[in-house]
Write a protein that binds this ligand. Structure first.
Ligand code: MG
Length: 240
């Protein structure tokens, strides 16, 4: 083999291989397909799990207090900022203690469902022209977390929903129209993700000032349904 590499010119990728096996990959065809995927008429909604469907913060506080009854703690109404470790560090609690609770077997499986979330998801996915997927980031110490997320989905939403579960550490590379997520300022490889974020209200983001995001305070049908219908209307006007 003499040449190995890739050169990009005039919208075509030329794979640098020996002359006999030169092949080209048409970038304009790829772009066309990419655009078509994006413009499907169905509204694709991505829904996060922790703090959106599953009550991560309540379960953490309960288990933390049981495990470390003599340590200081932060009540839910005083939680501020996405990372527990950052705020607990300020009151003198070492990160190891926080991780020891989160990484414990059973932690993710025992997260209680957030009020109305399961019903809302089932109803949303039954709307004509709407596709719903779960999009969640497992913790780095995945020993129990990954399996328990699957088990949680099967337990509360049913087996069909296991197929709709997307596990990723980078949500910006997932295609969708809306991402309902409690984490402000989601970052990743894509600087401009295809989805628009809907910030789901959680104890840690209550005081976070939003600029371009839409906020969803709860799974009250009077809140999420008009938001989805509006997004659907906007999308169909963009596609036409
Ligand atoms: Mg979350």
């Amino acid at each position: 083999m003499i040449l190995a590499g890739v050169s990009l010119k005039y919208g075509r990728v030329l794979l640098l291989r020996p002359v006999s096996s030169i092949c080209t990959f048409n970038m304009s065809k790829y772009r066309k397909k990419h655009t078509w995927d994006r413009d499907q008429k169905k509204l694709r909604v991505l829904v996060d799990m922790d703090c959106v469907l599953a009550d991560f913060e309540t379960n953490f506080l309960k288990r933390y207090k049981e495990k470390y009854p003599d340590e200081p703690f932060i009540p839910l109404d005083k939680r501020k900022g996405f990372y527990l470790t950052t705020q607990y560090e300020k009151i003198g609690v070492h990160n190891d203690k926080i991780y020891s609770v989160i990484n414990e077997e059973g932690f993710f499986l025992t997260l209680p469902p957030i009020a109305g979330g399961i019903e809302a998801l089932k109803e949303m996915s039954g709307l004509p022209g709407v596709d719903v997927f779960l999009c969640t980031s497992p913790v780095i110490n995945y020993q129990f977390c990954v399996k328990e997320k699957y088990d949680w989905v099967q337990k509360y939403l049913g087996k069909d929903w296991v197929e709709k579960l997307i596990l990723t550490r980078d949500k910006t590379i997932i295609h969708g129209d809306l991402l309902i997520d409690d984490r402000p300022r989601i970052k990743g490889c894509e600087h401009e993700p295809l989805w628009r974020q809907v910030l789901f209200s959680a104890c840690h983001n209550k005081t976070y000032k939003i600029s371009n995001e839409i906020r969803l305070d709860s799974w009250d049908t009077n809140l999420w349904l008009p938001m989805i219908l509006e997004a659907q209307k906007r999308k169909s006007s963009e596609v036409q």
